[in-house]
Design a binder for this molecule. Structure first.
Ligand code: GAR
Length: 189
């Protein structure tokens, strides 16, 4: 059984799609060992509780806490799902090719420290792009710059707001992330 750990800082809708995919067999032979929450009071924690998934909430010493938790869990795949803290390089070195992230743009466009959530979609609309999308990539020391694993394009409509575009892309994220996770687990067999 492959051990998955999910890190989230917000609503956790991608986390929910991973929970659903493990339940319905879209992701096979895997268990979600824990949610690591970037902060307390987030919806992702409620989703974990409803599904009896253990929760670890990071505090002020988040880097050393994260190292300790991951050492304890020894996951096969570390899945960032709307996690906003930077992963310390010690963890990146320790888990080569085992940490992945999803980002709501066609990386390398609109990536980096200042691009997250709605800011990405705002920038895409302001630039007048007619296509955006989402990307799953490995995590390295630089925000959103690790090797791209897969991406899906989504059209930008003339009357899109950051909210409407974000909704359309999020739907695709929910399909793409479980598919990529299953593909990576297949390669581990
Ligand atoms: C998702 O759109 C994800 O791609 C994005 O945050 C959202 C989290 O939503 N991540 C980033 O911007 C990372 N740089 P969720 O909490 O509902 O899954």
């Amino acid at each position: 059984m492959h051990k998955l750990v999910v890190l989230a800082s917000g609503s956790g809708s991608n986390f929910q799609s991973i929970i659903n995919s493990v339940k319905d067999g879209t992701i096979k032979g895997a268990s979600i060992e824990a949610l690591i929450a970037g902060k307390s009071g987030i919806e992702a924690i409620e989703r974990a509780k409803k599904n009896e998934i253990p929760v670890y909430t990071l505090g002020a010493e988040f880097e050393s806490e994260l190292i300790e938790i991951l050492d304890e869990l020894n996951p096969d795949l570390i899945i960032l799902a709307g996690f906003l803290k930077k992963i310390p390089s010690e963890i990146i070195d320790k888990y080569p090719n085992k940490i992945i992230n999803i980002h709501p743009s066609l990386l390398p466009k609109y990536g980096g420290k200042n691009f997250y959530g709605m800011k990405v979609h705002q920038a895409v609309i302001e630039a007048g792009d007619d296509v955006s999308g989402c990307t799953v990539h490995y995590v390295n020391e630089i925000y959103d710059a690790g090797k791209i694993i897969d991406q899906v394009t989504v059209p930008v409509k003339a009357d899109d707001t950051p909210e409407t575009l974000s909704k359309r892309i999020l739907k695709q994220e929910h399909q793409l992330y479980p598919k990529v996770i299953q593909k990576l687990l297949n390669n581990k067999n």
